[in-house]
Design a protein around this ligand. Structure first.
Ligand SMILES: NC(=O)c1ccc[n+]([C@@H]2O[C@H](COP(=O)([O-])OP(=O)(O)OC[C@H]3O[C@@H](n4cnc5c(N)ncnc54)[C@H](OP(=O)(O)O)[C@@H]3O)[C@@H](O)[C@H]2O)c1
Length: 587
């Protein structure tokens, strides 16, 4: 580690501050070919074992929040730290990785952390969707290297920053929806003979994504990657970035347990006491893919197809006990990986809602307007004064840098061990350090009261306390009254003076705002009334394996987060800076 002193100094300074496409019939037949190349066997029925004995069975939509918070939530309490630690930095030295989803939020934070903490890592191949090599290189430069996230590395390497980055990062044109990941034939041998680790962070994260597209990326993507992994002669680990919400409509304390083919949340419910007689077909991924293809072929017009596919995804997810297409297809992705893994060591990381970095490379880095952020920003701009949410419910948030640190710790631990197996880690806060919605609402109010957004006339926007509604009807009527008042207020003419044309425009704008708010409320309802709490015992044990030094550099102690500080001083300022890009900031 020849650069260690300089590197550390700079770090401190920085810190301060199933093949083919579902959409074609060709693709369909090759899916079946690839799946059948690996025998699909339902290994065992996890149905009754997925919930811990202590789990509380709660009413749907988690009304009994107190019970969730109290019962069965004693988590693993350990205090020891391993002297030698996991050896994260040592493990990374010289390792060659293939990372997907690198133009996305999470993988970018991962790449930055690897390059900053172990510049002697080997090559990192980045699978990027692009028309040509040149276009992939452009995306690497514009969407990764040139982003503010890499400013600490820029500071560390000075003039040689670009050269350093390009000596490590190799853009590879490809697509997880395609056989051989859509890679050029001559690159396949080169990459499969070199790489030690595969990290799959590519996904469609839209909750109500079209079923065909979500299946293609989130379910068949892992399948193509596992097929690719089997050709990699040096492979030490396959790491899948999943989501804690693959637990779907389960209730209570949710353990870090794997899925196998044929599992479904609805099946668990039918095998429990609540509805033992209900008939439910076994979840069959191949049949789901066929269904998506057939339904798509039945519709002719593009917009009809899109709507049908969205509806189909939500309907299929709900039949099998998941809240939406995203988490359903991600859960099926986990099942496929489990079925195909054979001798490959696998880690499945299941973060909950990932929000801005809390510490590294600097606090508050964020990309995109995601999950709770549209609500925060609309509230700050005075456009959303209430929301459909259980006041005592919990929003399970985890900062991006903690997720990445946990990924690296798990990667080093299981990559070094090289033992075949499935290792699940939930990196989540709802058990160890719950962020309660009504507290979050207070924090938002206090933040925007002291640092209001600025309207187009340069005036501060005063926000009222956020109202929390438990019924969609109450929320809708609140939004209607509130929006009419707000948009009326914006006009200098009195109601009578408004021309008919203005009145029509105003009414349309009211309807649009209310519809948007209702859409958000509906799509978020399974999350704002979520009845599950993510146990993170494996993740806590992983932390215990780390040395004191590793805990400082690669910490992911979600229990240590001060939500007040994180939301008010880190996350919202980060959103305002990196997502709103300063628009509407205090003047
Ligand atoms: N963000 C969260 O709150 C959260 C929470 C829990 C779990 N996760 C999981 O974390 C992972 C990363 O999420 P994220 O927030 O970084 O997502 P993101 O910002 O939406 O990025 C998704 C990435 O996947 C790539 N991708 C999509 N389709 C692809 C395809 N067919 N082939 C190759 N690449 C493709 C995208 O590339 P393009 O730029 O070309 O579209 C992009 O780089 C996902 O697996 C997600 O399920 C995220």
């Amino acid at each position: 580690m020849q650069f260690s002193w300089k590197k550390k100094n700079n770090m401190v300074c920085c810190m301060k501050n199933i093949i083919g496409s579902v959409t074609t019939s060709n693709g369909m037949s090759s899916v079946l070919t690839e799946i059948s190349a690996v025998p699909i066997t339902v290994k065992k029925d996890h149905g009754s074992t997925l919930l811990d004995e202590d789990s509380v069975a709660l009413s749907p939509n988690g009304k009994a929040q107190e019970e969730i918070a109290v019962k069965g939530l004693e988590s693993y309490v350990g205090t020891t730290a391993s002297m030698e630690g996991i050896g994260i930095v040592k493990f990374l030295k010289g390792k060659r990785l293939l990372i997907t989803g690198a133009t996305g939020f999470v993988a970018k934070v991962l790449i930055e952390k690897i390059l900053r903490t172990e510049p002697d890592v080997g090559k990192i191949f980045l699978l990027i969707k692009a028309k040509s090599k040149e276009a992939a290189m452009e995306r690497l430069k514009n969407e990764i290297i040139d982003t503010e996230l890499f400013k600490c590395l820029k500071q560390i390497h000075g003039n040689s920053f670009q050269a350093f980055m390009l000596s490590k990062l190799v853009p590879v044109v490809g697509n997880v929806c395609e056989q051989n990941l859509g890679m050029e034939i001559n690159l396949i041998d080169e990459i499969t003979s070199q790489i030690d680790i595969i990290v799959n962070s590519a996904a469609s994260t839209t909750f109500d994504e079209r079923y065909d597209l979500a299946l293609d990326i989130n379910t068949r993507g892992p399948l193509h990657l596992m097929s690719f992994a089997k050709r990699c002669t040096q492979l030490k680990l396959f790491l899948q970035v999943s989501t804690a919400y693959v637990n779907g409509e389960r209730q209570g304390r949710l353990l870090e347990k794997p899925f196998s083919l044929g599992d479904s949340i609805a099946k668990e419910k039918t095998t429990s006491d609540c509805c033992p007689t209900k008939h439910l077909p076994m979840l069959d991924i191949e049949a789901e893919i066929k269904l998506a293809v057939n339904t798509k072929e039945e519709a002719s017009q593009d917009d009809v197809v899109a709507q049908k596919m969205k509806e189909l995804g939500l309907a299929r997810a709900r039949i099998y006990g998941w809240q939406d297409t995203y988490v359903f297809t991600k859960a099926m992705g986990e099942m496929v990986i489990d079925n195909m893994r054979d001798q490959i060591p696998v880690v499945i990381m299941r973060p909950s809602v990932i929000e801005s970095t809390c510490r590294e490379p600097f606090p508050g880095w964020m990309e995109g307007n995601r999950m709770m952020d549209p609500i925060i920003l609309s509230y700050g701009k005075g456009q959303l004064t209430g929301f459909l949410v259980d006041p005592e419910g919990v929003l399970d948030v985890v900062p991006a840098d903690m997720v990445v640190n946990a990924i690296l710790a798990a990667m080093a631990k299981h990559g070094a061990a090289g033992e075949p197996g499935m290792n699940i880690y939930q990196i989540a806060s709802s058990v160890v350090n719950p962020l309660v919605f009504q507290d979050l609402a207070k924090l938002l109010f206090e933040h925007f009261k002291s640092s209001p957004c600025i309207d187009s006339k340069g005036e501060p926007i005063n926000v009222p306390k956020m109202k929390l509604f438990s019924s969609i009807d109450d929320f809708s009527s609140h939004m209607l009254t509130d929006t009419i008042q707000r948009l009326g207020r914006g006009s200098s003419a009195s109601h009578e003076e408004l021309s008919k044309r203005h009145e029509v425009v105003r009414r349309k704008s009211v309807e649009k705002s209310v519809e948007q708010a209702k859409y958000l409320a509906n799509i978020y309802e399974p999350y704002t009334f979520y009845g599950g709490r993510f146990d993170n015992m494996n993740t806590q044990k992983l932390m215990e394996d780390m040395s004191e030094e590793e805990k400082k550099s690669f910490g992911f102690d979600v229990g240590s987060i001060d939500w007040n500080d994180y939301i008010s001083n880190v996350h919202i300022p980060g959103l305002r800076k990196h997502v709103m890009k300063g628009r509407g900031m205090m003047s």
